[in-house]
Design a protein around this ligand. Structure first.
Ligand SMILES: Nc1nc2c(ncn2[C@@H]2O[C@H](COP(=O)(O)OP(=O)(O)OP(=O)(O)O)[C@@H](O)[C@H]2O)c(=O)[nH]1
Length: 382
């Protein structure tokens, strides 16, 4: 079972997948939120510049010198770092940490802004810190745990500051209660937001798998093979490199099904598919179930003289599975392989290569099965 399906079945109420899947999700999360993080950082910078101007216009100089310094020296630079991390590909792996740091710096600095004003006997509106908490939970595109951590640290600092500097007990009580309530609402909303992003990630990937892979063997399906072949063909044409296709068909598989039943037939197909899956080693290689008991391998830029040996590795590996097949000449399950190679030129199409591989497979069957036939490179292709 794929890890995505397992995660969907098991649930993820702690907002964590198993290690490999979690890494994939983090990459999806960072990539998917890149634009939103940038927008959030730009909006924050503009907002804090506005707060600086409001401070300068409305606060007495002995207060604004403190609040403006904190905003300019700490908060705005932390968002500039977020922006840089979002625009520079080399810094992108650190984007999540940059956003977390900015959230922490903004929260603590806002506490410092309120505290530094209180320290000189001046009450400035504390609602800004509520806005910061909700922003960190819902807009900053932080993972829920990080948002919660940044906000809890800020909340603690706020409570300490209130007890240390707030002289009005009623204001202190209201402010702490509102801060706790804002954190509760924000954390609750952010939890369900991340939960649904995780669900979208799993469902998207599963839909992609359903559309691209064969359900029984897990290899690519025929549609994916055709799309990939077109792509490799075009790439090979640009690079003046060859493309080869091996068509592989299980020998006497109808007799196998008739003797051992469909369930064992399926298990044998899966075992052969696993062997074939090991034949794609380069990034542009691909293995696919072409249909029924027929498979295909695309080899990008192979050495023509090695194709026979590459096919024989396959036939030998299937033989080595030692799957009993008493209705075949060999007594074991075997495959026949037809291989064709071509050097794509303008005007050729990849389908011609597929046809040539199919003809080679037919020949291998005709010559007695459990063998490899490599076609002479067709002159139009090579
Ligand atoms: N168990 C199982 N059998 C399948 C599946 N897909 C196709 N088959 C069977 O594969 C068999 C293919 O039979 P044929 O095309 O006559 O070929 P063959 O018996 O392998 O004979 P040769 O190819 O000439 O060696 C048929 O009996 C199909 O029912 C599948 O998903 N599972």
């Amino acid at each position: 079972m794929s890890p995505h399906r397992r995660a969907l079945e098991q649930g993820y109420r702690w907002l964590r997948f198993e290690d490999g899947l979690e890494r994939q999700f983090q990459a999806f999360f960072t990539q998917g939120h890149l634009v939103r993080v940038r927008v959030a950082a730009w909006v924050s910078i503009v907002l804090f510049i506005m707060f600086v101007l409001i401070d300068l216009a409305t606060l007495p100089a002995y207060v604004s010198i403190r609040t403006v310094s904190i905003r300019l020296a700490l908060i705005i630079p932390s968002f500039i770092i977020v922006l840089l991390a979002s625009y520079r590909a080399a810094w992108r792996p650190y984007l999540g940490s940059a956003v977390f740091t900015a959230a922490l710096v903004t929260g603590l600095s806002t506490v410092a802004v309120i505290g530094s004003a209180l320290d000189v006997g001046y009450q400035i509106p504390y609602e800004g810190i509520l806005l910061v908490a909700l922003f960190v939970y819902l807009i900053a595109c932080l993972a829920w745990r990080r948002a919660l951590l940044a906000n809890m640290v800020t909340l603690c600092a706020f409570v300490i500051m209130e007890f240390a500097l707030q002289t009005n007990p009623q204001a202190r009580l209201y402010q702490i209660v509102f801060m706790c309530a804002a954190n509760g609402v924000g954390a609750y909303g952010a939890y369900f937001l991340e939960h649904s992003i995780r669900t979208t990630f799993l469902v998207d990937t599963l839909l992609h798998e359903l559309a691209a892979l064969d359900g029984l063997t897990g290899l690519s399906n025929r549609r994916t093979l055709n799309i990939h072949l077109e792509r490799v063909w075009r790439q090979a044409m640009r690079d003046r490199q060859a493309v080869a296709i091996a068509m592989i068909d299980i020998d006497y598989f109808k007799r196998y099904n008739d003797r051992y039943g469909h369930a064992r037939g399926d298990a044998a197909l899966k075992a052969v598919a696993d062997v074939i899956a090991g034949q794609a080693r380069r990034p542009l290689d691909l293995t696919a179930r072409y249909g029924g008991e027929e498979f295909a391998v695309i080899w990008h830029n192979p050495v023509p003289g090695e194709l026979q040996a590459m096919g024989e590795v396959l036939t030998a590996a299937v033989e080595a599975l030692h799957i009993e097949h008493l209705d075949s000449d060999l007594g074991r399950l075997s495959v026949s392989v037809g291989v064709a190679i071509g050097l794509p030129c303008a005007g050729d199409d990849a389908a011609a290569l597929l046809r040539a591989a199919d003809e080679a497979l037919y020949q291998a069957k005709h010559q007695g099965r459990n063998q490899v036939v490599v076609t002479e490179p067709v002159s139009a292709l090579v």
